[in-house]
Design a protein around this ligand. Structure first.
Ligand SMILES: Nc1ncnc2c1ncn2[C@@H]1O[C@H](COP(=O)(O)OP(=O)(O)OP(=O)(O)O)[C@@H](O)[C@H]1O
Ligand SMILES: [Mg+2]
Length: 326
């Protein structure tokens, strides 16, 4: 279960992407403007925790995941993983850390090489990171990890990905991630392409791996209704900023930010949350709160100064001046 040691500590993390608007920009790869996609993110993920990251499309969830994986570089800030700062690591040092942070992607159809058998797909990371293992040890490792994700090695090892169901394929992705004994798995929408009936089985698997294999999870999802079932804490991202965070039950049952309230009140299961409206204007204001153009509750303060994330109580933080009156 969740401990008091942070496995991942992110401090003031920022990432900009170039905003290429015209054809000339695209051809010349030049641009004058940049867009801030990750905006001063601070977060801690504790050992044994399943931390849910939610937010609308384009809010920066996958970019945050890629920054933690170090598949892209940040512009400023620190990423501390397992007490080591990994923000600037390169070469062998980075490769070592990569084996401890694994990623599961949304699409189990394209994330597994269709030309490789399941056995070889799971063997691949071992060949890169565990070169000293004997053939027997490799086979044992592959088989035991297939069993951990409830797949029968005799049944699936010699099959190609297209011969498996979507749920089985996603289990193979988990087995491939597990062979390197990761401390953290980042699962980016791991169930959204699966049939509703098997989504829960994959979420169950995440909980089982957390409990039995001591893996922590960063679980990126749009699906707030099922996130409560699996998550411990939740972060709501809006335009690259954390706008609300805390204990998942607390945030989903008593959301404070108008954006979170609108998201949650749209889910039939959460009919206790009062329905509130937000505007469709997604343009970001030049100053003040990033949510200003969509908010029906803004005051003068919201226009002038960007709100900071403040504690509403010990397990719930919020970035809004007026949350008490909404
Ligand atoms: N390589 C890139 N170059 C330029 N802009 C990018 C790049 N990758 C992402 N972006 C922009 O960064 C923003 C955040 O994208 P990101 O993929 O992180 O969103 P997301 O929250 O994962 O969305 P979704 O829910 O649709 O997966 C978007 O505005 C996107 O257009
Ligand atoms: Mg994404």
């Amino acid at each position: 279960m969740e401990s008091k040691d942070p496995l991942l500590d992110i401090i003031n993390l920022n990432k900009y992407f170039p905003l290429r608007s015209g054809i000339i920009d695209l051809i010349t790869f030049k641009t004058s403007k940049k867009i801030k996609v990750i905006d001063n993110i601070n977060l801690k993920l504790y050992k044994g925790e399943i931390l849910v990251i939610a937010g609308e499309s384009g809010s920066g969830k996958t970019t945050l995941a890629k920054l933690i994986m170090r598949s892209i570089d940040s512009d400023s800030g620190k990423i501390i993983f397992n007490d080591n700062e990994i923000t600037q690591l390169r070469g062998k040092e980075l490769l070592k850390i990569r084996s401890r942070i694994q990623m599961i992607f949304q699409d189990p159809y394209s994330s597994l090489d269709p030309r490789m058998k399941i056995f070889d797909i799971i063997k691949e990371p071992l060949e890169v990171h565990k070169k000293k293992l004997s053939k027997i040890e490799i086979r044992e490792c592959i088989e035991s990890n297939l069993k951990k994700v409830n797949l029968d090695p005799d049944e699936v090892s010699n099959k190609f990905p297209h011969m498996l169901s979507g749920g089985q394929r996603q289990r193979v992705s988990f087995a491939r991630a597990l062979v390197l004994k990761p401390f953290l798995i980042i699962a980016d929408e791991p169930v959204s392409m699966l049939d509703v009936s098997i989504r829960f089985q994959i979420l169950e698997l995440m909980k089982k791996l957390r409990d039995e294999e001591n893996v922590s999870f960063l679980y990126v999802t749009h699906d707030l209704s099922t996130s409560q079932y699996v998550g411990d804490n939740i972060i709501i991202l809006y335009k690259g900023q954390i706008i609300e965070q805390g204990n998942i039950h607390e945030v989903l049952l008593h959301p404070l930010h108008p954006y979170t309230k609108a998201l949650i009140s749209a889910i039939p299961k959460f009919n206790n949350v009062e329905k509130i409206n937000i505007k469709n204007d997604v343009e970001t204001c030049k100053s003040g709160c990033k949510f200003l153009n969509r908010c029906l509750y803004s005051s003068e303060e919201c226009m002038n100064t960007e709100p900071t994330l403040i504690e509403a109580n010990s397990s719930h933080s919020i970035r809004c001046y007026n949350y008490k009156s909404i």
